[in-house]
Unconditional design. Structure first.
Lengths: 131, 135
């Protein structure tokens, strides 16, 4: 006799972890879908940022201002900001137990992630804009 | 029952075993490293936004910031940021494999934990060497 059950991963959206408030599955799906996009984008952005590091003003602008790196950087932060907001939400929910403080932390997290995405995008647009 | 009484009872309930109970293993270290690198990327991206803004606002703004960005601190930051990025990226690949039921046996888990650690360091070094060669 075997008690082995068929393997069900978190991707299916089922499982005990998602029963508590029934909001786990969308979070889970978003993290995995966004990760699929962030994998390739992360490699491109990692390459761009490392190659820019230490360079002069003109050289750094020329490097980031090219169309493809600029697009990759904007796409990266647009998706990554939501990915990191949700990731930080999990961490806050895990470690902050005081309800009032938790609310404040979640709100700060929301605006911080939005601000990072907005400022990063604004910067890239200014750098890549044709003179 | 009053709310305070319920709270008091909840305080007395035994807790499930947490991190401090277990012997430190590579797999659990990589699990923690995934979270830590995620937080590092959050904070690092905020710092990166400041660098990009300085670059966007003109030579004056860049000069005011580049003494730190192009100095020792900037290089150490960029090294750690790129390592966190590649480590977290490979951690995601590891989770994607587990989602498909692959590498879940003891040997597979250990192999993936080693691959995440080694691969993250290797990708970081490779990127730095190749970008330096590319100029």
């Amino acid at each position: 006799m075997t008690s082995r059950t068929q393997f069900l991963s978190g991707r299916t959206g089922r499982g005990a972890a998602y029963v508590a408030d029934r909001s786990g599955a969308p979070h889970d799906k978003f993290m995995r879908l966004s990760a699929c996009a962030l994998g390739p984008l992360g490699l491109v952005v990692g390459w761009c940022l490392v190659s820019v590091s230490g360079k002069s003003y003109e050289a750094a602008r020329a490097e980031i201002g090219r169309p493809l790196p600029a697009l990759a950087m904007i796409a990266f932060i647009a998706i990554a900001s939501m990915h990191m907001r949700l990731g930080a939400e999990s961490i806050i929910m895990d470690y902050v137990h005081d309800e009032a403080l938790k609310e404040k932390a979640l709100l700060a997290n929301k605006w911080a992630s939005l601000a990072i995405a907005a400022l990063w995008t604004l910067a890239i647009l200014l750098i890549a804009a044709p003179k | 029952m009053a709310h305070a009484e319920l709270e008091a009872m909840a305080e007395k309930r035994p807790l499930s075993p947490h991190l401090t109970i277990y012997k430190l293993m590579l797999t659990m270290t990589m699990s923690m490293a995934h979270r830590i690198s995620g937080v590092a990327l959050y904070l690092g991206s905020a710092a990166m936004a400041i660098y990009l803004l300085a670059l966007a606002f003109g030579p004056g703004a860049f000069a005011a910031f580049s003494w730190i960005a192009n100095g020792f601190i900037g290089h150490v930051f960029m090294l750690l940021y790129s390592w966190a990025l590649f480590h977290h990226l490979l951690g995601g690949v590891r989770h994607a494999l587990w989602d498909r039921g692959l590498y879940m046996d003891p040997k597979g888990r250990e192999l993936l934990a080693q691959a995440t650690l080694g691969g993250g360091v290797a990708l970081t070094l490779l990127t730095w060497v190749l970008t330096t060669l590319a100029g």
